[in-house]
Design a protein around this ligand. Structure first.
Ligand code: NDP
Length: 451
């Protein structure tokens, strides 16, 4: 049995209760075959793959807080410090009732490769809590964030581990967490990214993941002889990544026809108006149902209770599909619908929104497929730029950050494209991104000895 298969089997056996982590490791390992085979003896002796799948540190803690009725609530908090070979741990904090260790290990593992691809010196980590922010008052959110940080603060720091936002954690939550960190540590430092502009945040960080996704997609299309202008798109999700992807798409001349949230999805033949979407999701924090009240041509379809998928959105005919909600929301049936409807490109805004089977189906049918660890890296790249500004104690203009983001996304595309070509897999950006991210991290690990 090959070294790679041996380690993959042991991950499957040891972490059988963590299906998302197994899925992420499988997807990466399958594409690393040529690199591993070329260095099998060295990697086996140095246990490179075993070290790569074992987080350096996993912290699990109690998060008690008091709700508005005086009732004590208890949640479970996590920080997975996955790999610090190329820089301090960096990765978001997910607040969602579905959060568990396996989910955060999948996200942390992906983050290691993604951060490596950005060209910035950042290791990989991820954290979060099984706290459900939905329906909580502002005060409850604050009390939760303060309690969460009361434990987390001892494990993080500007040169150690720099968390950021993720699903369920936006500017409001980062603000409350930063306030508590400062209070506990009595240090004013760039320990979190995604901060408010008046206290160390970077311009363009809010927009970065969505904008970056479109910069990547445009470059990928252009390098395959297609002009993005005039195309149509469908998007899943309607949160931070989705909103700014839709905005940038519009600026590039792309009409977005559909998007979704947990409860349903909207179809707007005139193109989704991102300003209305922003108001509904960022200001009013309510359901997409509100959208059709102000856009009479649009149609809202509710999902069945407990439906975690985005099937409806993927039945709409469009040139580009941009999954920006959450993991595993394009399955094989969705992939078949999209291909039958002539989709040209699928670019992941979310982390692992496409199942392995669906990804392979796209690739087998000539659809350009951009994996999230490359195409959604704009968020963490701009977080890296926020860290640089904090260290310099300077703030760069929106245009300066946006232009750096653009260049980073273009360079990530070419790193993935070149690595795929180098190993004879031209056009396989999944393999290219994994290989490019892997090589840099592994070289650093080898140079640093057994640690
Ligand atoms: P948000 O919380 O801002 O938005 C998430 C969106 O997804 C919301 O519209 C939410 O619906 C929707 N959603 C959640 N669960 C489901 C579901 N089961 N079915 C359909 N829709 C669902 O998160 P972000 O936009 O920040 O993150 C989205 C994805 O992008 C995540 O995978 C995240 O890890 C990834 N990502 C985010 C980055 C960032 O900078 N924010 C960077 C890189 C990746 P509702 O509005 O009803 O809550």
């Amino acid at each position: 049995m090959s070294y790679l298969d041996e380690v993959l089997d042991s991950v499957k056996e040891k972490h059988a209760s963590q299906p998302l982590f197994i899925q992420a490791v499988t997807e990466v390992f399958e594409t690393l075959k040529p690199v591993i085979e070329a260095n099998e003896e060295l990697y086996r002796r140095e246990a490179i793959l075993e070290r790569l799948v074992e987080p350096e540190r996993q912290i699990i803690f109690r998060v008690p807080w008091v709700d508005d009725n005086g009732q004590v609530q208890v949640n479970t908090g996590y920080r997975v410090q996955f790999n610090s070979a190329i820089g301090p741990y960096k990765g978001g904090l997910r607040l969602d009732k579905s959060v568990n260790l396996g989910m955060l290990k999948f996200l942390g593992f992906e983050q290691v490769f993604k951060n490596s691809l950005t060209t910035l010196p950042m290791g990989g980590g991820k954290g979060g809590c099984d706290f459900n922010p939905k329906g909580k008052s502002d005060r409850e959110i604050m009390k939760f964030c303060q309690s969460f940080m009361t434990e987390l603060y001892r494990h993080i720091g500007a040169d150690t581990d720099v968390p950021a936002g993720d699903l369920g954690t936006g500017g409001r939550e980062i603000g409350y967490m930063f306030g508590q960190y400062k209070r506990l540590k009595n240090v004013y430092e760039g320990v979190l990214t995604g901060k408010g502009l008046s206290f160390g945040g970077s311009l363009a960080r809010t927009e970065a993941t969505g904008y970056g996704l479109l910069y990547f997609t445009k470059e990928m299309l252009e390098c395959n002889g297609k002009d993005i202008k005039g195309m149509t798109a469908t998007v899943s999700g309607s949160g931070n990544v989705a909103i700014y992807a839709i905005q940038k798409a519009e600026q590039m001349g792309v009409k977005t026809l559909a998007c979704s949230d947990r409860k349903g999805w909207i179809y707007d033949p005139d193109g989704i108006d991102y300003k209305i979407l922003k108001d509904i999701k960022e200001v009013k924090r309510t359901s997409l149902e509100e959208y059709v009240k102000v856009r009479p041509n649009a149609k809202y379809t509710a999902k069945a209770e407990g439906d975690n998928m985005d099937h409806g959105v993927w039945t709409v005919k469009a040139d580009i599909a941009l999954p920006c909600g959450r993991e595993n929301t394009i399955d094989i049936e969705d992939a078949k619908n999209l291909v039958a409807n002539g989709v040209i490109a699928v670019a992941e805004g979310a982390n692992m929104p496409t199942t392995i089977e669906a990804t392979k189906y796209f690739q087998a049918n000539g659809v350009m497929f951009a994996p999230g660890k490359a195409s959604n890296a704009g968020g963490v790249a701009t977080s890296g730029l926020e860290m640089s500004q904090n260290s310099e104690r300077l703030s760069w203009s929106f245009e300066e950050v946006d232009s750096k983001l653009h260049d980073i996304m273009v360079s990530i595309f070419h790193a993935a494209d070149d690595a795929a070509k180098k190993y004879g897999m031209e056009g396989n950006y999944v393999a290219g991104a994994n290989i490019a991210g892997f090589e840099k991290v592994v070289n650093a690990m080898l140079a640093q000895g057994v640690c």
